[in-house]
Design a protein around this ligand. Structure first.
Ligand SMILES: NC(=O)c1ccc[n+]([C@@H]2O[C@H](COP(=O)([O-])OP(=O)(O)OC[C@H]3O[C@@H](n4cnc5c(N)ncnc54)[C@H](OP(=O)(O)O)[C@@H]3O)[C@@H](O)[C@H]2O)c1
Length: 336
């Protein structure tokens, strides 16, 4: 195990989410941020001033290619707009960089296949940035399930929503086919978290959505059919009060994870109950899942291990999302 080295990172894009990820890279024990680049003049420098004012050594570039050409940089974090992920992931891979790509990795399965082929050719690792999975609360939920506490899982529900602030309405500016709207933004989490519990591809999906003028969905709901009466429901929206929870119902009880996307100040709470009358609410210590995600990816690269979120997982998520989008558009059940 390589415990001394630090993975040398660059960031491709002065995106808003750097508020969380940039400090996470800077603070991760096994990582070092060398540079951030933007296509907008001065935007990278501004981002550094805001989120890493105490780290004067990090370079700000106004040219994305210059960052990719920097041979010191081993890995890039890619927080661009959803429709740009695949294209820039491929460019980064061709420059020999390992890539942590924000969710969703791509808008089509074909693009994920292309990323996998390129990653194999250039011998680099690529992971989709589902940071929530690195919070220890999900390991605890999986531990409870594995203990047999709630019996066999029969149903899961993931509900994610918040009121979109006017300043963030650009997230609804693009048609769903170009990566705009709630499905690609927060629905991808819902589908990802539901898939964690059935560990297989669903057989089919039935979904419905409300669209805004741009063609982006603002609210969507639907059901994944995993066969034999095992269903998973997703429900997400940009026009409802904040909710980010999942609930698992088994043959002998249920488990709820109350706050899946942990923001600073949130308390991780898991509650469970059983048919024989036992119940508990567990409060876990706070944890920064962004930093844990960075430390995981860096450790994998430094120690020659595969990241826990595989390209096969990214491909399966994309398959389910695209089927759900088709189902909502066509008003019918889509086989996966
Ligand atoms: N993991 C999470 O918790 C989380 C949370 C939110 C979003 N995300 C994901 O992170 C990605 C970025 O989301 P975001 O909301 O942070 O995106 P964003 O601020 O819109 O930035 C996306 C890209 O647009 C460009 N950009 C930023 N501000 C701009 C402006 N004012 N005018 C013109 N261009 C601008 C930037 O590229 P240049 O700097 O090169 O111009 C940036 O890389 C998305 O894929 C999203 O799904 C993840």
């Amino acid at each position: 195990m390589n415990t001394q080295a630090k993975l040398r990172w660059g960031i491709l894009g002065a995106a808003r989410i750097n508020e969380r990820l940039l400090p996470a890279i800077v603070e991760a024990a096994n990582s070092e941020l060398l540079a951030i680049a933007s296509r907008r003049h001065g935007a990278a420098a501004e981002t550094l001033k805001k989120y890493a004012p105490c780290y004067p050594g990090i370079r700000a570039l106004d040219d994305l290619e210059a960052l990719l050409d920097d041979r010191q940089i081993q890995a890039v974090y890619l927080p661009m707009a959803n429709g740009e992920h695949a294209q820039w992931a491929l460019r980064a891979i061709e420059h020999g960089k390992h890539v942590l790509c924000e969710k969703p990795m791509a808008l089509t399965v074909a693009d994920i296949d292309a990323i996998e082929t390129a990653a194999q050719r250039h011998d680099v690792q690529v992971m989709e940035g589902f940071m929530y999975r690195f919070h220890p609360q999900h390991a605890r939920v999986l531990e409870l399930i594995a203990s047999g506490l709630i019996g066999e899982i029969r149903s899961v529900r993931a509900s994610y929503s918040f009121m979109m602030r006017p300043a963030r309405l650009y997230r609804l500016a693009d048609d769903i086919s170009r990566g705009g709207g709630a499905m690609w933004d927060i629905g991808c989490y819902a589908i990802h978290s539901l898939r964690m519990f059935f560990r297989q591809l669903p057989l089919s999906v039935m979904a419905m959505a409300k669209y805004v003028e741009s063609g982006a969905d603002i609210s969507s709901s639907g059901v994944l059919d995993f066969g034999d009466g095992k269903f998973a429901q997703f429900d997400f929206s940009f026009e409802r009060a904040r909710r980010c929870e999942y609930e698992i119902i088994g043959t002998q009880g249920g488990i709820r994870c109350h706050v899946v996307w942990q923001l600073p100040g949130d308390v991780p709470v898991i509650s469970w109950w059983t048919e024989d009358g036992r119940q508990s609410e567990e409060r876990l210590p706070a944890a920064n899942h962004f930093r844990l995600e960075i430390e995981h990816f860096s450790a994998c690269i430094l120690n020659g291990k595969l990241p826990s979120l595989s390209l096969a997982d990214a491909r399966d998520n994309c398959r389910v999302i695209t089927a759900a989008i088709q189902s909502a558009a066509e008003g019918r059940r889509i086989e996966i």
